[in-house]
Design a protein around this ligand. Structure first.
Ligand SMILES: Cc1cc2nc3c(=O)[nH]c(=O)nc-3n(C[C@H](O)[C@H](O)[C@H](O)COP(=O)(O)OP(=O)(O)OC[C@H]3O[C@@H](n4cnc5c(N)ncnc54)[C@H](O)[C@@H]3O)c2cc1C
Length: 381
């Protein structure tokens, strides 16, 4: 009998790990704090390295079909909208053996949930973990759930991470407004050629989801502090227009669309790198719980998926759970630390003081850094 595995957190990382571990024959019990399984109403980019992870659990084509595979992307100037840098994306399947996909998070989560369910994962929502002892999770209602191994996939505010450090996540000096808006005739060209408008201390990202019926918008801005209660708050009318005054017509069209839809302001919080991801031999962290990063390389969810697959592979070949978790940490930590650091550096590159200089020297981005080449299905463990 394989060791039983308890996963705290049913987000992208936890759900992928649950599916992969159950497919490998482990009895898996997943605890999710929210009253029902689901994801926030926003988009996510899945680069080819993430899609290989989804291929490992048999979900690649379902995700690609539910998402949008862009042909190209571009970086544009904030003031006049001119193209500073263009990227080919339509060749991702031939170049990397896996597609590059934009998808609504709810659609991705449905597919992961189905994969976990089909693999036989015991799924329990409305089960917030408030503490843990050994490999036992303690829920808010006082009940204790035991297993042989405990995985903390419970995100930025992870309860399991308290076993590693007592510090809370920190504010990174960035805020983001997020909205998903109907695709209109005005917005269609922005969906057909998705990308980012960059300017000093600010940027706007847009891409299509739901078969291009919706446009996902994220407005980033630097901020000295986050004085508000809570990390996600409804945006005030006019906030975006004031923050992006003087930006080009396309930016103003995206602002008008976001202002007309429900949109929220997010504090971008992150974690510092931990010395270890395993504690007491049989407790480990995964995804944002281990390495929450700024979103400026679009690799947080990709890293969580990679973690999940490498964890399942490591556990499947290890003689003991302890050896499996250590092998997982050894295989994953350096890459996650690297991406975490590069994500921060990319914020400075994209939002530099002199936008006219952008792209003139060799660009360091998720593709040129070689992040797309990583294959979590075969990487050495
Ligand atoms: C603006 C923005 C844009 C981004 N865009 C991208 C992108 O394009 N591509 C990309 O790869 N990444 C992106 N990311 C990063 C990505 O969203 C995260 O890295 C990813 O969601 C992490 O997945 P996770 O499963 O580790 O954590 P989460 O998604 O945070 O999931 C954690 C789960 O655990 C549950 N939970 C929390 N606490 C408990 C508890 N105590 N007990 C039980 N359950 C609990 C939560 O309800 C949740 O379901 C972006 C992030 C931001 C902020």
């Amino acid at each position: 009998m394989k060791p039983s595995i308890l996963i705290a957190g049913g987000g992208i990382g936890g759900m992928t790990a649950a599916a992969a571990l159950a497919q490998a024959g482990f009895p898996v019990h997943l605890l999710e704090a929210a009253p029902a399984f689901g994801e926030i109403g926003a988009g996510v980019t899945l680069s080819p390295n993430a899609m290989r992870g989804l291929d490992f659990i048999g979900a690649l084509e379902a995700v690609a079909t539910a998402g949008v595979e862009p042909q190209r992307q571009r970086i544009q100037h904030w003031q006049d909208g001119r193209t500073l840098f263009a990227m080919e994306r339509g060749d991702s399947r031939t170049k990397y053996g896996a597609p590059y996909v934009y998808i609504h998070r709810a659609d991705l989560h449905q597919i992961l949930l189905a994969a976990a369910r089909e693999a036989g994962v015991k799924l329990q929502a409305d089960a917030p973990v408030v503490a843990s002892e050994g490999t036992t999770a303690i829920l808010a209602n006082g009940s204790r759930i035991e297993a042989d191994v405990l995985i903390g996939a419970d995100g930025l505010k992870s309860a399991i991470r308290q076993r590693f450090e007592t510090q809370a996540a920190h504010f990174t000096g960035h805020v983001a407004w997020r909205a998903v808006v109907p695709m209109t005739e005005t917005l269609a060209p922005l969906g057909e050629w998705p990308g980012v408008h960059v300017g000093p201390g600010r940027m706007i990202t847009r891409y299509p989801v739901r078969h291009s019926r919706l446009l996902n918008l994220v407005f980033f801005a630097r901020s000295d502090a986050w004085p508000d209660e809570g990390w996600t708050i409804p945006a005030q009318p006019g906030e975006l227009a004031a923050t992006y005054a003087g930006w080009c017509d396309e930016a103003q069209a995206m602002i008008a669309a976001a202002e007309a839809a429900p949109h929220f302001r997010w504090a971008i919080n992150a974690r510092t790198a931990l010395p270890h991801w395993v504690v007491d031999g049989r407790v480990a962290l995964l995804g944002d719980a281990a390495h929450a990063m700024t979103p400026f390389l679009g690799q947080g969810a990709a890293c969580a998926i990679e973690d999940a697959v490498v964890l399942a592979r490591a556990m499947a070949i290890a003689a003991t759970p302890e050896a499996g978790l250590l092998a997982y940490e050894a295989a994953r930590k350096a890459r996650a630390n690297f991406i975490q650091a590069e994500s921060n550096a990319n914020a400075d590159r994209m939002q530099g003081a002199d936008t006219d200089m952008f792209g003139l020297s060799k660009l360091r981005n998720e593709e040129s850094l070689g992040l797309f080449d990583y294959d979590c299905r075969t990487v050495d463990i």
